[in-house]
Design a binder for this molecule. Structure first.
Ligand SMILES: [Zn+2]
Length: 265
């Protein structure tokens, strides 16, 4: 599943081309892709609106339109592509917006879990999300404050979008490795030093992921390169790059979780 760095990479790849275009046509190829409103209302409302900004909130791409906002969640396998207006729909295309400037914005999604929302206020969809980890507002005191509201293990906490927005399995495992924290530890068990290290590690791995255009291995994204920098994720039974111990894989909160039993206590 694309996480914050992969979604940010896609946002950057489409932004310059679609900003300041107008939606001329809407073709919904898989009706369930449209979460809100109904498909007919969606098509009727979006045509004629201009795309003013292409933003991101957590794992959502948020297109600010003249009247409404179009939110796109890629879920497992969604991708956004820019094509010529003469483009013929491909097999897994779910939604095609014809835009001015002779281009189309194509939402392609093999596994069909991706969703779009057209709403007057984006907060209607993203209102419960936790802070953006790369915003300046995500300070160490704020991180302490959010941690205190949770009784979960730290892995589940980091995956919870209402605690911090944007992290998934990859960046959670990598951040915990860098911070030297065992994924099964309770949030309440972390000491101040560990919390500070984790705060720094979260920001570091996400920035590094973006700098490498995200990770590409179980989906096809933009030639991202972060998979070559993984310390633990999908490296079970390989040697830890720090201590040489074999990387372990366990299930935590029903998610495959990778860690080094020597480096992470
Ligand atoms: Zn190690």
């Amino acid at each position: 599943m694309p996480e914050l760095p992969e979604v940010e990479t896609i946002r950057r790849s489409i932004r310059a081309q679609v900003e300041q275009t107008t939606v001329l046509g809407c073709n919904v190829l898989w009706s369930k892709t449209v979460a809100l409103p109904s498909v007919s209302e969606f098509s009727q409302k979006i045509v004629g609106q201009s795309i003013l900004e292409v933003n991101r909130r957590g794992k959502f791409i948020v297109l600010k339109l003249t009247m409404d906002s179009l939110l796109i969640h890629l879920r497992m396998s969604g991708d956004l592509l820019i094509k010529e207006n003469s483009y013929t729909p491909a097999k897994h295309d779910r939604l095609i917006l014809s835009l001015s400037r002779g281009i189309s914005l194509v939402f392609n999604d093999t596994r069909k879990f991706g969703r779009v929302w057209l709403v007057p206020d984006p907060e209607f969809v993203t209102g419960d999300l936790g802070p953006e980890p790369l915003d300046e507002a995500f300070t160490l005191p704020l991180f302490h404050q959010i941690l205190r509201t949770s009784q979960k293990n730290i892995k589940a906490f980091l995956l919870d979008q209402n605690m911090i927005a944007g992290m998934g399995n990859i960046y959670t495992d990598e951040a915990l490795f860098l911070a030297g924290i065992r994924p099964t530890n309770r949030t309440s068990e972390l000491n101040d030093q560990q919390i500070e290290q984790l705060h720094r590690s979260i920001i570091f791995v996400l920035k590094e992921g973006i700098a490498q255009n995200g990770a590409s291995f179980d989906w096809v994204y933009r030639g991202g390169n972060f998979q070559n920098n993984f310390n633990v994720y999908q490296r079970e039974n390989l040697e830890c790059r720090v201590c040489g111990n074999k990387i372990s894989k366990i299930r935590v909160s029903s998610r495959g979780t990778h860690f080094c039993s020597i480096c992470q206590r």
